[in-house]
Design a protein around this ligand. Structure first.
Ligand SMILES: Nc1ncnc2c1ncn2[C@@H]1O[C@H](COP(=O)(O)OP(=O)(O)OP(=O)(O)O)[C@@H](O)[C@H]1O
Ligand SMILES: [Mg+2]
Length: 461
């Protein structure tokens, strides 16, 4: 097959020549779209790599992300969703081939092929979890022990520490590796829809339930279901999850029969579930069920030794090399946003130094407080200046410069986030794209400012 459809997203140039490729087979294209690296976007917009002309498909609907260690399909918070075996999915790891429904009626196939020697499983896993520090070695040991069993595992750790990477390696190291790895983000789905998205629903179960759907549990049959942000699961849904874990069966919404499922559940949280129990937001018996195996992903502070290796790894994935002084400067930072923050800083530094192929010799040393804040746009900046000039502004002079600056940054962040979310059609992924801030970090920022995305969506005209 010719390579003329191969396109590379500039931000994700991988360095090592890969023999793996992906193909997207979609309606309206005489031959499949092929790519070896980067991100392939599918949607209605003519700017997508794969254009799909259908009224129920979003402008940019899904991304197929090609990583050194695997291929992932991500739904970009679309209105009509992306379905796999009847279940609405947010992210799905593609092993060999999947058939997806975009919107209401478009079927596409994503296939992973290899036209060279295939890499061994060991080297793939090594590429996934970078870090040789003592805490990482302990973590690897724990994962190697837990992976082959079907035990439910709870992964704890601060934001950005790599909980999802850990969940994925539990899957790839298990006997289920050739079956689906399904990600279900409890924080990303409206609480009223979680039950049907998890357990499926029968035809006509509720207004709008046109056909039947399998739900995430059944979509993960034979494989692993990763329940992300489990701390966000509403209390009233917890008994049904408990039952699914105990009896390995689920009852679709609107149905009266239980259906057997063979699924290994891995859950993650950046909260302490015991505290949630204490606060009356989480069932104690569910904590026991989820935490049969329990691993804690260390913060990057606790393994600063790993910073240079991680930074070099990310730089290489963007096609660049970092000079030793840059690595040293990165290692000296505190990294409250952990590995994700490090990755973002490396990406930005590489881009500012001219992108892939370069040796980066200096660090883009922005104000630390603002490192991951979105860049200022004119409107909120003016709003902020307006507020400073008003009587509000006078109060700033009662504070120290540091405190006033902090307050101003907080105000700016909040204003920016509110406008950003609205301007992005209340779509978190779109907001991430516009602002250049990782979607998950954005969600943290919204949380920090107590901005209720669901309420904003509900109010939208
Ligand atoms: N040990 C690691 N080796 C290589 N990459 C890593 C490692 N840990 C994390 N990453 C990368 O850092 C980023 C954040 O990781 P991940 O999404 O797994 O974090 P998380 O703990 O799930 O964060 P959150 O709580 O915000 O959801 C990802 O791009 C991931 O690939
Ligand atoms: Mg996560």
């Amino acid at each position: 097959m010719s390579d003329d459809h191969t396109k590379t997203a500039p931000a994700l140039r991988a360095r090592a020549p890969s023999t793996r490729y992906i193909e997207v087979i979609s309606p309206g294209r005489p031959s499949p779209f092929r790519a070896r690296e980067g991100v392939v976007r599918l949607g209605r917009d003519p700017g997508n790599e794969v254009v799909i002309e259908d009224p129920f498909v979003s402008r940019v609907h899904v991304e197929v992300r090609i990583f050194p260690h695997g291929v992932e399909v991500v739904d970009l918070d679309t209105k009509n969703g992306t379905h796999y075996q009847g279940a609405r999915i947010r992210e799905l790891a593609v092993k060999d081939e999947v058939t997806l429904t975009l919107g209401k009626q478009v079927t596409v196939r994503v296939r992973v092929g290899d036209d060279g020697a295939s890499s061994s499983r060991d080297s793939r896993d090594a590429a996934e979890l970078v870090g040789a520090s003592a805490p990482m070695q302990r973590l690897r040991g724990a994962l190697a022990k837990l992976a082959p069993s079907a035990l439910t595992v709870l992964i704890e750790g601060e934001t950005g520490t790599g909980k999802e990477v850990v969940a994925r390696s539990l899957h790839t190291l298990s006997g289920r590796a050739h079956k689906p790895f399904v990600v279900f983000d409890c924080a990303a789905v409206a609480p009223t829809l979680i039950a049907s998205e998890l357990f499926g629903h029968v035809k006509g179960a509720y207004t709008g339930a046109v056909g039947a759907s399998d739900g995430a549990f059944r979509a993960a049959h034979g494989g692993t279901l990763f329940l992300d942000e489990i701390g966000e699961l509403p209390l009233e849904l917890q008994p049904a999850l408990l039952r699914a874990l105990e009896a390995r069966q689920v009852k679709p919404v609107g149905g009266d029969q239980y259906v057997k499922v063979d699924v290994r559940v891995v859950a993650a949280t950046n909260r302490t579930l015991e505290d949630e129990v204490e606060a009356g937001r989480f069932r104690k018996d569910l904590v026991f069920r989820l935490a049969v195996g329990r691993v804690k992903v260390p913060s990057l502070r606790a393994r600063a030794d790993d910073v240079p290796a991680l930074a070099a790894h990310f730089a290489a994935s963007f096609g660049a090399t970092l000079a030793p002084p840059v690595l040293a400067a990165l290692a000296a930072r505190p990294w409250p946003g952990n590995v994700r923050e490090l990755r973002n800083v490396v990406e930005r530094t590489v881009m500012l130094a001219g992108g892939g192929g370069s040796v980066v010799t200096s660090l883009d040393d922005g104000d630390d407080d603002l490192d991951d804040a979105p860049p200022a746009s004119v409107a909120p900046a003016e709003a902020l200046l307006g507020a400073m000039r008003s009587s509000e502004g006078l109060r700033l002079l009662e504070m120290s410069f540091q405190d006033a600056k902090q307050a101003a940054v907080e105000t700016f962040e909040r204003e920016y986030l509110l406008r950003l979310f609205e301007a992005s059609g209340h779509n978190l992924s779109e907001a991430g794209r516009r602002s250049g801030v990782d979607r998950r970090y954005l969600r943290e920022l919204f949380k920090k400012h107590d901005i209720d995305l669901a309420a904003m969506r509900a109010k939208k005209p």
